[in-house]
Design a protein around this ligand. Structure first.
Ligand code: FEO
Ligand code: CA
Ligand code: CA
Ligand code: CA
Length: 600
């Protein structure tokens, strides 16, 4: 293994695997906390006080559960950091609550709901690199802003904008919505705007119609019943619908159609109104990573993170130019495709176009608005391949794309691209688009790795044999490609951590040559945390990572941590380690000691 480590294209000594209260980085690198939940993002924001939280304070502070991290450079060493805040963990955010479920929501007063709504969404903040090579937030920047489901107005573009199914009591035109929810991964466009993907939107919608078991059900008189059944609405994960009609489908039966989209934000203009671009389809978007085709079109890969759901890509009609306003139009006029992975190793991208094939009025699609609102139902009819939960997808400029299939323990029968029944550890697919062109409607695919412990007989893991016990991983989630074209993977094992004993982390995964399929551990999370980001910036001298929900996920399955974390008794108090301070999801900045490109 020592000899092959010397041949690795990633120059660093791999970290030892493990699981403890704090984070770890490979030797020779720094991992500094840049922004924690509650940190002020404006000069007049109050300091974080966990015992005296308010929505007003949270609206000027960094939000909860940082997931996607993007960066738009203004000049070398200065730019706008764009961070998604996917969801909240009430039991570790607020004192005295314990774990919440529908019956326990009585603890969630309107005051607490407002705080957690203000903790969702996104943060756009200017950061700069100091003389010491370390990054800091510029609190004086007029561009700093929070984007939330509490108070940020948004508009719609594309075929569903103004559609009758988007017309609600509070917006008869079907053109406006307040906020964005469950923003998981995302992307940056080639012109420096920030794409926020709305993932598990179904979980935010409430109803007072309950079945005999007390579970939420759709009102069968609602014309959206079939659609909402396919999307899992109403999930009722949060009590917001008790206090806000817009999250209560009994009061606003069409409102869920206004979520599940890709939102574009201009980080350079703090007064800009974010736009939900409906041409990209409505599903549980994990992310929205962009590239440019050989012919100059914008291409966006986006997975629908649900068991047996699909991988999509969007190709703009026009081409990317130097005109930023014209570029944003590329997100309203283009073709959405869904992937069919054929048994012969080819992939076909099937267009979701009204009037083509089965996407007609006889099948319930009256126009292209219906097609994008019900992208899942359209893709079902087209014969897309049911996948093992498509998480992030990362295109590379050479016509290659990497697709993270995180896991699917409900799979009973494999298909060629998802070969393992009871797939607890996931796999990664590599797509090579025909002619190296991301706009191609056909390509080939291969499985790069089948994840999990290669020593465990029977689970069918497959890695380059030079991979050490530190290097293999389970449940790939986010990914990035650095300036050298090398692939990096971060993991999210959820409460299944006990199956590997490893904390989530960042891995360097070879895609070329004899070491193809070889993985090395670079960074690992504190216990109960999931690793998001990753994003390379600053000519690869800076790597942004996001440690999400430290101390919460599956801690009861771990020796030394056998309990559910609460505000009073968290499994870790990372990153502050101060009495009374709950664990705080935080963005971490990785730099090389003494400077220089990472892993070079
Ligand atoms: Fe929010 Fe698919 O992870
Ligand atoms: Ca994710
Ligand atoms: Ca990514
Ligand atoms: Ca995940």
């Amino acid at each position: 293994a020592a000899q092959s480590a010397a041949e690795s294209r990633y120059v660093f000594d791999e970290l030892a695997w493990g699981n403890d209260e704090t984070h770890h980085i490979a030797e020779g690198y720094r991992a500094d906390v840049l922004l924690r939940w509650g940190d002020p993002i404006t000069a007049d924001a109050p300091a974080f006080d966990p015992l005296n939280q308010s929505a007003e304070a949270q609206l000027q502070q960094f939000g909860y559960n940082n997931d996607y991290v993007g960066y738009a450079e203004i000049e070398p060493g200065r730019g706008m950091l764009c961070v998604n805040h996917e969801y909240t963990n009430e039991e570790v955010m607020f004192p005295g609550l314990g774990r919440q479920d529908r019956d326990g929501f009585q603890g969630m007063t309107k005051e607490l709901v407002d705080i957690e709504m203000a903790a969702h969404g996104g943060t756009v903040v200017e950061i700069a690199k100091g003389e010491d090579g370390l990054w800091a937030v510029d609190l004086e920047s007029p561009r700093n802003r929070r984007i939330t489901p509490l108070d940020t107005e948004m508009t719609f573009s594309g075929p569903a904008a103004g559609h009758v199914r988007l017309q609600t009591n509070d917006d008869p035109e079907g053109m406006r919505v307040i906020g964005t929810i469950n923003n998981c991964a995302g992307g940056m466009t080639p012109w420096g705007t920030y794409l926020m993907a709305e993932e598990n939107f179904h979980g935010y919608f409430w109803t007072d119609n309950l079945d005999a078991a007390g579970d939420p059900v759709m009102d069968s008189g609602n014309p959206e019943t079939t659609s909402y059944g396919r999307y899992g609405v109403p999930g009722a994960w949060y009590a917001w619908g008790r206090y806000y009609d817009r999250f209560n489908i009994d009061a606003e039966p069409r409102m869920p159609n206004k979520y599940g989209w890709i939102v574009e934000v201009d980080p350079m203009d703090p007064d800009s109104v974010p736009v939900k671009h409906t041409a990209l389809g409505r599903f549980r978007h994990e992310g929205a990573e962009t590239t440019v085709s050989s012919g100059g079109q914008l291409v966006i890969y986006s997975g629908d993170d649900n068991r047996f759901d699909y991988q999509y890509k969007y190709v703009s009609a026009g081409t990317v130019s130097d005109d930023r306003a014209a570029n944003s139009q590329l997100l309203s006029d283009g073709t959405l495709y869904v992937a069919r992975f054929n048994d012969d190793g080819t992939v076909d991208w099937l267009p979701l176009v009204h009037g083509e094939g089965p996407l007609t009025a006889e099948n319930g699609f009256n126009d292209q608005g219906d097609v994008v609102i019900d992208a899942r139902l359209a893709a079902d009819l087209l014969g897309a391949t049911p996948m093992d939960r498509p998480e992030d997808a990362q295109p590379r400029g050479d016509g290659t794309a990497y697709i993270m299939l995180t896991n699917n323990t409900r799979r009973e029968t494999g298909n060629a691209a998802n070969p393992r029944p009871d797939n607890a550890f996931g796999h990664i697919i590599e797509i090579k688009e025909d002619g190296g062109d991301h706009a191609a409607t056909r390509g080939t695919w291969d499985i790069l790795v089948r994840c999990g412990d290669p020593e465990l007989a029977g689970i069918g893991a497959q890695w380059n044999p030079e991979t050490s016990e530190n290097g293999w991983f389970g449940s790939p989630d986010n990914c990035a490609i650095d300036a050298e074209g090398r692939l990096w993977i971060s993991t999210d094992q959820g409460s299944g951590w006990a199956n590997t004993g490893k904390s989530d982390g960042l891995y360097a995964l070879e895609t070329e040559g004899d070491l193809r399929g070889h993985s090395k551990l670079f960074f690992r999370c504190p216990v109960g945390g999931e690793l998001c980001g990753p994003y390379f910036a600053d000519n690869d001298e800076t790597l942004f990572l996001a440690v999400q929900h430290p101390g919460t996920d599956g801690t009861r399955n771990f020796e030394g941590f056998e309990r559910d974390s609460t505000f009073e008794d968290p499994a870790t108090r990372w990153p502050d380690f101060q009495d009374g301070m709950p664990p705080r999801p935080s963005v971490v900045v990785v730099t090389k000691e003494g400077g220089g490109k990472i892993a070079v």
